[in-house]
Design a protein around this ligand. Sequence first.
Ligand SMILES: [Zn+2]
Ligand SMILES: [Zn+2]
Length: 286
Amino acid sequence: MTHSPPSIDHDILVAPSRTRATEYRPYGDRAHVLSQAEDYSALTETPVAVCCPNCGEAVTLYERGVPDVVPHFDVACEQCGVDLRAWCAVAVDAAYLQIVEPSTLTEMVQQYWNNWIWGGITNSKGEPRNDEYTNLLETKAAAFGWNWEITCPLCRRSLTDLGRTSAIADGNLDYHHWSHDPDRGVCLCRECHDIIGFDTYDTKLEERAESWGFDSRHDLQIIRLALRDAAATGRPVGPRCATELIERYNLPQSTERVEELLRAVSRQEDLQELFIDERLVAGLGE
Ligand SMILES: [Zn+2]
Ligand SMILES: [Zn+2]
């Protein structure tokens, strides 16, 4: 038992307060990345083991469940020789400990990291802090010996690939704001960022949205994003993809609105002509 005194951690170890919808949940409510576990009552009322996401070993036991506020968590996995923090440890209902697979725990943590980075990590002033988290996560991945790398959620290229093709600025993903208040956005590589915005300025895009009969530039960006996503995945655009797009790209629009936009572009050829050009698929399939 390694209960630390309950104190809220204000440094880099604090997970963003908002929980993203795309959490990967192979064990349902019985296992969550520790920094999210306090949000799930199933893990606050039963004995919970905190496990290493690499070897699966339990490093800590919360006999009375995960505390309301997870205290500063810093426990080493002796087996792997890696310090575990709340964002790289998995809380597992102790009754399920025998059935969890280390490889699944690894995947849970890596998916959590993807969503964390892709959702845009900002400080209290809304300024992106992706650089330091990029370093933090890649260093931790290396310590575990994982070949996980930060990727652009849209073109699916890794930072290494992006660096090689100069599709990135400063070696990090860009934070694209969907809205400032509340702060909400998605991180994309520079190339994807430019492409969804038709390689033009926000003001120009706003004018274009108006002349094409849309509400705002975000409508145009969502359609471009959906079409580029379709090109990257080989799955055609249609209203059925709305939920998936909202989750993956952290869109603030309602499902109905996104469905409406996707329906329009999948049915109207004149719209397709406006949105589909060679640039749309730049950098894909290389
Ligand atoms: Zn371990
Ligand atoms: Zn990209």
